[in-house]
Design a protein around this ligand. Sequence first.
Ligand code: GAR
Length: 208
Amino acid sequence: MQNPHNIVVLISGRGSNLEAMHRACVAQRWPARIAAVISNRADAGGLDYARAHGIDTAVLDHRVAPSREAYDAELAARIDAWQPRAVVLAGFMRVLSAGFVHHFDGRLINVHPSLLPAFPGLGTHRRALDAGVKWHGATVHLVTAELDQGPIVAQAIVPVHDDDSEERLAARVLEQEHVVYPAAVRALVEDRLRVDGLRVRVLPESLR
Ligand code: GAR
């Protein structure tokens, strides 16, 4: 059972992607709403935004779980209470077990701060600078059991400037995340993604 109107967002930190998505969702009148925000950290800034906007919140602290699998099972049960059409990872800084990923197959989506398949994992902006790439960016992808390797839904690119710092580059990428991620999640909840292996076709709104 799925409730096509529900989106659940998972966060660990400041929640700027959550905020961008919520704003787009309301302004563009998506056929779905952010029903709940769940964080593994009680001090995640995004929780304040959610509470201030009447979105249900929950904190599930990973440090008290006996194992990754136990944590993920509890997390999946919490999410299932909403039967969401989309489970949105927005800076949720946890590696998810294969069982969790399979449970939400086709509904689990992530934004990653690099042009995948370049720079999976952590420290992407530093690594991009160190590698001397001229273009960097963000990738929205469906989540599979292999870390940062799922089918790519959308990407946004930004130039790398000669005098860039990690912070400036990160800010430039984040600005693009806020554009490309809401658009991709909207396409998911509007059933406009067609997945063929690693290739994803995003149908325009009119062809839904
Ligand atoms: C974003 O830059 C997102 O791409 C990154 O965490 C940040 C969260 O910011 N995600 C990952 O690195 C996942 N591997 P936010 O809390 O302001 O949305």
